[in-house]
Design a protein. Structure first.
Length: 453
C-alpha cells in the first residue's frame, strides 16, 4: 500500500508547502502551517464530479438561452436589490458577518418566504432542530413547507439533496461542514475548500440556488481560504456592530448584478427588517448646531441623505489628532490642507474628529464639499443655514468639481423638505428649476462657505 503524501497548509490563506515552515510564504502569518494529507489530481477530479462529466461542445454565445434562469424574490426588497433583482437558480451566495449580526435569522426568513413557492432545504451544522424551531417562532418565520436538517457530513448532505431536489439550499455554516475523506478538522482550509466545491457542483449541475453562511476572523475578514470567495458567485458582507440598531448588507462580489448596491436593515425583536426609507430614518435625530451638515450620497442607484458631524478644537498635542471611523483619514488630511491654504483657516494646530451619523461609510468624492463645510463650521463656530444640503468634489486648488447623479441627489433632498441646496457650478446647467427650492452653484470653496453661512 503506497504511503500517503502530506503537505503543510496555511490556515489563513491556503498556501501549501511540502515542508513545515514557521512563517507562511504566502501571507506572512506565523505558526499557521498545519499538516494535511495531499490529494492526487485524479482523486480531486473525481471528488468534483469531473470524471463522470459529459463532454460538451462549444456554443455560440448569441444562441445560449437564459429563459431557464428566471430570478425569484427572497421576500426582502433590500436583499433583492443587493443580489441584483432576486435569486438566480444555480447561483451560489456566500453571506459573511460578525457573530450575532443576523445572518441566520435573515436566511431563515428567506427560507420561510420562499417555501411557499419553491422547495427549500435548510441545513444547520451549529444548532439543533429544536433551536431552529424556537428561532422561527420568535422571528415569525414558521413555515409548514420548509425542510430542516441538522447535519455536518458532506456526503450525507449530498444524499439528502439528491433525494429532495430542493430549489433553494441554505448551509449554516460552511465552517462546520466536513468531508470524511479529507484528513483535517472541520473549518480548516482543506475542508472549507472541498465542501464549497461540492456545493458548487450541486448548484450548477442541478440548478439549485445555494446560500452558505461564513464566519469572520478577528479583523473582520472571511475565515478560511481566500479561494472560497473565488468559488462562489456572490459575496455579501454585513457591516455594523452587533449591538447597533442598523445593519448594512454590501456585495463585494456579484456575477449577476452590481457591487455598488447596499441593503439596509434594522434589528428588531423579530430579527432583521427592511428599511425602505433610510434617509428619513438617518435624519430623525439631526441637531442644528455648528459642525453639522447634510449631504446626499449615492450607493449604487440609491440616494441617501446622511449627516456629517465635525469637531475641531485646539490641542496641546504635537502632532494634532485626526480621528474618523467611517471616513478615510487621508481624505480628511487633504481637505484640511486645502482649507488652510485656500481659505486661510488655521487648522494645523487643532484636533479634528469626523463622524457619520447612522454608521454609513462614505468614500465618494461628492462628499468632499460637505466635509469642508462641516470642518469650517466647527472651526469658526458658525451654524449652517437651516434646511441646507451640500455636495460636490473639491480639488487641490479649492475648486468645486461636478459630480454624477446631481438630479437624483436634489430630488431626494427636496422630498425630505430641504430648500437650500449648494451644488457645483458646472452641475447647475444640468438640473432644472424647482419651485420653492433655492439651488446655488459654487465654483470654489469660498463661494460655497459664503452660501451656507
Amino acid at each position: 500500500m503506497p504511503k500517503k503524501k502530506s503537505v503543510y497548509v496555511c490556515q489563513e490563506c491556503g498556501y501549501d508547502t511540502p515542508k513545515w515552515v514557521g512563517r507562511c510564504p504566502g501571507c506572512g502569518a506565523w505558526n499557521s502551517m498545519v499538516e494535511e494529507t495531499a490529494k492526487t489530481n485524479i482523486a480531486h477530479g473525481l471528488s468534483l464530479g469531473l470524471g463522470s462529466a459529459k463532454v460538451q461542445k462549444p456554443q455560440l454565445l448569441s444562441e445560449i438561452s437564459i429563459a431557464k434562469m428566471p430570478r425569484f424574490t427572497t421576500g426582502s426588497v433590500e436583499l433583492d436589490r443587493v443580489l441584483g433583482g432576486g435569486i438566480i437558480p444555480g447561483s451560489m451566495v456566500l453571506m459573511v458577518g460578525d457573530p450575532g449580526v443576523g445572518k441566520s435569522s435573515l436566511n431563515l426568513r428567506i427560507c420561510a418566504y420562499t417555501a411557499n413557492m419553491k422547495k427549500v432545504l435548510y441545513i444547520t451544522g451549529e444548532e439543533s432542530l429544536q433551536q431552529i424551531r424556537m428561532r422561527a417562532e420568535r422571528i415569525d418565520a414558521l413555515s409548514d413547507k420548509m425542510l430542516v436538517l441538522s447535519e455536518t457530513n458532506m456526503e450525507l448532505i449530498n444524499e439528502h439533496v439528491e433525494k429532495q431536489q430542493p430549489d433553494l439550499l441554505v448551509v449554516d455554516s460552511i465552517q462546520t461542514i466536513f468531508r470524511p475523506d479529507v484528513q483535517s478538522a472541520p473549518g480548516s482550509v482543506s475542508q472549507v475548500r472541498e465542501c464549497a466545491v461540492e456545493l458548487l457542483r450541486l448548484a450548477k449541475s442541478k440548478a439549485i440556488a445555494v446560500f452558505i453562511i461564513g464566519h469572520v476572523t478577528k479583523d473582520g475578514t472571511l475565515a478560511g481560504p481566500r479561494v472560497l470567495e473565488h468559488i462562489v458567485d456572490t459575496v455579501l458582507y454585513f457591516e455594523g456592530e452587533r449591538n447597533a440598531q442598523y445593519r448594512i448588507l454590501r456585495a463585494v462580489k456579484n456575477r449577476f448584478g452590481s457591487t455598488n448596491e447596499i441593503g439596509l436593515f434594522e434589528m428588531r425583536d423579530i430579527g432583521l427588517v427592511d428599511v425602505p426609507d433610510a434617509s428619513k430614518l438617518f435624519l430623525s435625530e439631526t441637531v442644528h448646531d455648528s459642525g453639522v451638515i447634510i449631504t446626499p450620497t449615492i450607493e449604487g442607484t440609491r440616494p441617501l441623505l446622511v449627516e456629517i458631524q465635525a469637531l475641531v478644537a485646539p490641542t496641546p498635542y504635537i502632532p494634532p489628532r485626526r480621528t474618523s471611523d467611517l471616513v478615510d483619514i487621508k481624505k480628511i488630511q487633504l481637505l484640511l490642507a486645502v482649507l488652510e491654504k485656500r481659505v486661510n483657516l488655521a487648522l494645523g494646530a487643532c484636533d479634528v474628529y469626523v463622524k457619520i451619523a447612522g454608521g454609513i461609510k462614505i468614500d465618494e468624492p461628492a462628499c468632499d464639499l460637505a466635509l469642508c463645510v462641516a470642518l469650517a463650521s466647527s472651526f469658526t463656530n458658525k451654524v449652517v443655514k437651516e434646511k441646507t444640503v451640500v455636495f460636490g468634489e473639491v480639488g487641490l486648488s479649492g475648486e468645486v468639481r461636478a459630480v454624477n447623479g446631481a438630479d437624483i441627489r436634489i430630488k431626494e433632498a427636496c422630498k425630505l423638505g430641504f430648500t437650500n441646496i449648494i451644488i457645483p457650478q458646472k452641475n447647475l446647467n444640468t438640473v432644472g428649476k424647482i419651485t420653492g427650492v433655492n439651488i446655488i452653484g459654487a465654483a470654489n470653496i469660498k463661494e460655497a462657505l459664503q452660501a451656507v453661512f
